[in-house]
Write a protein that binds this ligand. Structure first.
Ligand SMILES: Nc1nc2c(c(=O)[nH]1)N[C@H]1C(S)=C(S)[C@@H](COP(=O)(O)OP(=O)(O)OC[C@H]3O[C@@H](n4cnc5c(N)ncnc54)[C@H](O)[C@@H]3O)O[C@H]1N2
Ligand code: MOO
Length: 641
């Protein structure tokens, strides 16, 4: 193996795409375009390689379009209510819908318009225009007519048109064969128990299914461990047998990242390193005339770079048109910083609140699969921009339909485990309602309501002076907004500790005394205020608590930190301890309410949520099953202004 120092450049995206597509084209990749003939029954979703013309007309004969009698239209020319025409049995023929209209006839009269005489003759009171109720030869398709053009993705209706026109086989493109090679010694197959340092191999399925959706013929290679010889062997074989190869991971400059060195030896590297985030270390190479993409290991980086650099290749190889992106203009709910010189791709959720379409980042980190699961669209912050300000207009490329976006209920504020239940029950309704919930703490929710960016906010802010929940904060921060405060639940707050409470933690004082590791919630979270109140009540200084500055955004993130041993205790709801089999030291019961602005009280999405909360017994039983909830006031209006 040659010198392992790898030089990752930072090419602008546009330049990288141009060099890549030019190199692939020059190599002759797009000239291959193999084709085959398949039966129409096998043709759904395939791309036509040649235009399809009608072999014969449809209908192939003049067909009755109604049940009735075939007549000669001239015989009825003089018919009227006052002077009906009576046709003898030799002047008409009975026909059913679809029957051939016999020679000598050129119109059909419906049964409903015939008065039958006892001798079998037919009395008619209306004239008939020529070819009335007749589907004439070629009315639908005329022999030799173009049915579908070349480069067309065959749909169910196209199959019918081809068969109707006598076409039983069709020339289609052979899809490009793509071999995906996951790499990394840490990868194990899904379904096995995972040891520390091991990663379930799932990227190949994201990448493979995406390629399949585009029309490629995908083969997934078994994961190759970080061994340059094995990698070299796998890539060499794949490049011989496939039209395109995708390797995954080992793309950057780590001591076990062999992709670039291997591809450099086997072929030529066109690009290594693009000024995008995520996805920077992507490698674009050619082995002979076979494109090989070395995608970064992080799932979001891998998917994004596949979209940026493989999609055009698959569609062009197939001769199919690239689907046009669907875009929408939205308003950014919070500022997004972006490094200069880098095209940054931000996954966002969208929600229509009042007359505004609000975009909110759905999560960050190139390793966050859920940021893509949740996303409704993608925002690109171009290289020349330092970021987007809150309230700024942005153009979003949709990954979901507008209908789904419009059916989204936007809830911003405090996190509670009930929200996952709510999301599922709302989605079960017909028509479904999608819940987009951003967990930014109770104060964050109140502010989102103030800016008109959420339909609902969950809040559990205790006013220490009055001992009341939420009302004083609403009066202060939402003074002029007509709204209702509706109770969702009472819930137990306490210290989440490891199963069995091995450290015998009884309260925050134990943490201070024994130097145990705490994990906190973010500023503005109701749970954070509760922690601070308890510290004050117990005359403890936050500085005495190790980990006071370590912040998480949800109860479940606090719980998982304790379950994984990275902290000894954290404040949270009982349901989070139940969910992860932790122990729970109760501290307080608190009230959790929903702020419902009057402007949205009749919104169908809001009504659906409120109906579930206050009226659905099964839903309420599920809440109780989570542990630590009391529903004595659920659905009750606690305050109104
Ligand atoms: N010193 C530097 N470190 C890193 C740089 C850099 O420029 N200098 N770049 C960072 C960026 S940006 C990215 S993106 C990552 C990508 O690096 P690799 O392509 O070498 O990927 P790995 O480190 O091997 O893996 C990253 C991550 O993804 C997991 N993974 C990999 N394959 C799969 C799979 N098939 N299924 C599921 N998960 C997978 C892997 O286990 C790692 O956790 O490098 C940064 N570092
Ligand atoms: O490019 Mo990496 O994908 O930013 O994380």
């Amino acid at each position: 193996m040659s010198d392992h120092s790898v030089y990752v450049t930072n090419q602008p995206l546009r330049q990288a795409r141009t060099s890549w597509l030019t190199a692939v084209e020059t190599a002759g990749f797009f000239r291959r375009r193999p084709q085959q003939t398949v039966g129409v029954d096998q043709a759904l979703g395939r791309v036509t390689a040649e235009p399809v013309f009608a072999r014969h007309s449809s209908p192939t004969y003049n067909a009755a379009a109604m049940d009735g009698i075939a007549v000669h239209f001239l015989d009825l020319a003089a018919a009227s209510e006052t002077d009906p025409v009576v046709l003898g049995t030799d002047r008409f023929a009975k026909v059913n819908t679809g029957n051939a209209v016999p020679e000598g006839y050129n119109a059909v009269v419906m049964n409903e318009d015939i008065h039958w005489h006892g001798d079998g003759s037919a009395e008619l009171v209306n004239p008939a225009p020529p070819w009335q109720h007749v589907r004439t030869v070629g009315e639908d398709i005329v022999a030799t007519e173009l049915i579908i053009p070349e480069g067309h993705v065959i749909r169910p209706i196209d199959l019918g048109a081809m068969l109707a026109a006598g076409v039983t086989a069709v020339a289609v493109r052979i899809p490009p064969k793509v071999v995906i090679i996951p790499t990394g010694s840490e990868l194990i197959p899904a379904g096995q128990s995972v040891q520390p340092g091991q990663i379930i191999e799932f990227n190949s399925r994201i990448l493979g299914s995406t390629l399949t959706e585009w029309g490629a013929d995908v083969e997934i290679h078994a994961p190759v461990s970080d061994d340059p010889l094995l990698l070299r062997q796998a890539i060499t074989e794949a490049a011989t047998s496939a039209d395109m190869v995708v390797t995954n991971a080992g793309a950057s400059a780590g001591s076990r990242d062999y992709s670039a060195a291997t591809l450099g030896e086997l072929g030529s590297i066109i690009v290594h390193g693009v000024a995008i985030k995520p996805g920077k270390p992507v490698i674009l190479a050619l082995i002979g005339d076979t494109p090989v993409l070395g995608l970064p290991g992080y799932p979001v980086s891998a998917l994004l770079t596949l979209q940026l650099f493989a999609r055009d290749l698959v569609y062009t190889f197939l001769g199919a048109p690239l689907p046009a992106p669907q875009t929408l203009e939205a308003i950014m709910s919070r500022p997004m910083h972006s490094p200069m010189g880098v095209d940054q791709f931000v996954r966002v959720t969208l929600g229509r609140v009042g007359d505004k379409l609000i975009a909110t980042p759905s999560g960050k980190g190139a390793g966050s699969v859920m940021s893509v699961v949740r996303a409704d669209g993608m925002l690109t912050i171009p290289a020349g921009s330092e970021g987007i300000g809150a309230g700024e207009r942005v153009r979003i490329e949709l990954v979901r339909s507008r209908g789904e976006v419009d059916a989204t209920l936007v809830m911003i504020g405090s996190h509670d485990n009930i929200l996952d239940l709510l999301a599922n029950h709302l989605h079960r309704r017909r028509p479904p309602v999608r819940l987009s919930s951003a967990h930014v703490g109770s104060m964050g929710g109140i502010m989102a309501i103030r800016r008109g960016e959420a339909h609902l906010a969950g809040s559990h802010l205790l006013d220490e002076q009055s001992g009341e929940y939420n009302t004083s904060f609403i009066k202060r921060f939402l003074p002029d907004l007509p709204l209702q405060l509706i109770n969702l639940c009472y819930r137990e707050q306490g210290l989440l500790v490891a199963a069995g409470n091995p450290l015998r933690i009884t309260g925050l004082a134990d943490l201070a005394d024994r130097g145990l590791r705490f994990i906190n919630r973010q500023k503005g979270a109701g749970t954070r205020l509760l922690t601070d109140k308890i510290l004050r009540d117990s005359k403890l200084d936050p500085h005495q608590i190790a980990g006071y500055d370590r912040e998480e955004y949800t109860h479940m993130n606090v719980a998982v930190a304790i379950a994984s041993g990275s902290a000894d205790a954290g404040m949270g709801i009982r349901a989070a301890s139940v969910a992860l089999d932790l122990d729970f030291v109760p501290v307080a019961e608190e009230r959790y309410d929903l702020i419902v602005p009057a402007a949205f009280a009749r919104d169908p999405r809001v009504c659906a949520a409120l109906e579930l909360i206050s009226g659905d017994h099964e839903f309420q039983q599920k809440i109780v099953g989570l542990g630590g909830y009391n529903l004595r006031d659920t659905g009750v209006v606690m305050y109104e202004q």
